[in-house]
Write a protein that binds this ligand. Structure first.
Ligand code: HEM
Length: 404
């Protein structure tokens, strides 16, 4: 990457906990800045809303990253060939195979099941069951609620045994981390690829009424995708299907706890929930920055020339708090019009799972607030720990006290 006339920003570990203030500072200086990620490679980081939106729709910013892809016959190739790593026409072919299963209408049919899973998880909470610390049960809301809900839903949809979820949690946390040692990354990626390969072989032997069986049939009967694309699709749907929504729910609840007037407003007016979820998406931005893109030819964005071959990241959480687009952006306001936020990205890679994520968050947050009249942080907010990932902005845990 070349930026002869612009100082490169070296992002530190503080970026994990608070990307927002880093983005605000960069935005004020220059909305397109060369950065070096903590422990990682360099890239152009786009933090302005207008520049981010333009970049996300620009076909010159490709998902083909010369020199970044694994050898075609390595085990990692089985995790690499998915739609989020593809340009047209492969992207369109792969997305079409699963698009129907994720439309708002199809996803709405899952409402009763998501409601039932949510109710079951709330049933098991200490404050309700009398376990934990007396009446005022203390619980890690992330481990016992925000994580199991989306992972259970996506496992059921795909046809993956939900009992293996703790393994996925470990593997995928490593894969989205900036801090994993290379040998740990290799080991976990290998285990994940082997797991999916075995799972798909089992679906082939014994097809069921689930999305993975349908994809195996698309591979075997219609030759619509290769074997590596099939494994990669499974990997992407599972990782994207839970790594993100868990943080919308957990960080969304944290944002409400830290803004008690907004929490009270939502309790008083539960019909605000859909707008509230949009504002929480804007405010929290669970995907902090996009996956990498690469300039397939020289591109000028925000007055800055990006050379051919340079890697580019779009800071969605920066764009979502750009004061030019959203007034007083650091204020959580459940009544504001948050339409146009970029939490789900934009352009051809716009999140496939957006309707599912919205529905899960709507059900989860509404049910949590109506079940527990009192929710409070069990530790000082400053002591909460954030995951060492620049891609995903998410808590390690969310200890809360719950009372009916
Ligand atoms: C709050 C929850 C979620 C957020 C914030 C989110 C965010 C995003 C973002 C920002 C992208 C684009 C990344 C890029 O351009 O580099 C994306 C893509 C994607 N997301 Fe989500 N996501 C969420 C939930 C889900 C769920 C539940 C699924 C279910 C399977 C899902 C599946 C996908 C897929 C398959 C893509 C790739 C789309 C493509 O390349 O065409 N996401 N998501």
């Amino acid at each position: 990457m070349t930026a002869p006339d612009i100082a490169v920003e070296r992002l530190g570990a503080d970026y994990f906990a608070d990307p927002y203030s880093v983005h605000a500072r960069l935005q004020a200086q220059r909305p397109v800045t060369p950065v070096i990620l903590p422990g990682g490679p360099g890239a152009w980081l786009i933090t302005g809303y207008a520049e981010a939106r333009a970049a996300l729709a620009d076909p010159r910013l490709s998902k083909h990253m010369p020199g970044w892809h694994p050898e075609p016959d390595s085990i990692f190739a089985a995790l690499d060939l998915h739609m989020l790593n593809s340009d047209p026409p492969d992207h369109e072919r792969l997305r079409k195979l699963v698009n129907k299963a994720f439309t708002a209408r199809r996803v709405e049919r899952l409402r009763p099941r998501i409601t039932a899973i949510t109710a079951g998880l709330l049933e098991d909470m200490p404050a309700h069951s009398g376990r934990g610390q007396g009446v005022q049960g203390e619980v890690d809301l992330l481990a016992s609620f925000a994580f199991p809900l989306p992972i259970t839903v996506i496992c059921e949809l795909l046809g993956i045994p939900v009992g293996d979820r703790d393994d996925f949690r470990t593997w995928s946390a490593t894969i989205v981390s900036n801090a994993a040692a290379p040998e740990v990354f290799q080991a976990h990626a290998t285990e994940m690829a082997r797991y999916f390969t075995a799972l798909l072989a089992a679906k082939r032997r014994e097809p069921a009424d689930d999305l993975l069986s349908a994809l195996v049939a698309a591979r075997d009967e219609e030759d619509s995708l290769s074997e590596n694309e099939l494994v990669s699709m499974t990997f992407l749907l599972l990782v994207a299907g839970h790594e993100t929504t868990v943080n919308l729910i957990a960080s969304g609840v944290l944002a409400l706890l830290l803004n008690p007037a907004e929490m009270a407003r939502l309790r008083a007016e539960p019909e605000l929930i859909n707008g509230a979820v949009e504002e929480l998406l804007r405010f929290v931005s669970p995907v902090n920055h996009t996956t990498f893109r690469c300039a397939a030819e020289p591109v000028e964005i925000g007055g800055v020339r990006i050379s051919r071959g340079d890697p580019v990241l779009i800071a969605l959480s920066g764009a979502n708090r750009d004061p030019v687009r959203f007034g007083d952006p650091g204020r959580l306001d459940l009544g504001r019009d948050s339409a146009g936020h970029l939490a789900f990205g934009h352009g051809i890679h716009y999140c496939l799972g957006a309707p599912l994520a919205r529905l899960e968050a709507e059900i989860a947050i509404s049910a949590l607030l109506s079940r527990f009249g009192s929710i409070s942080l069990a530790v000082p907010a400053a002591s909460l720990r954030w995951r060492p990932s620049t891609l995903i902005h998410g808590l390690e845990s969310l200890p809360v006290r719950l009372a009916p």
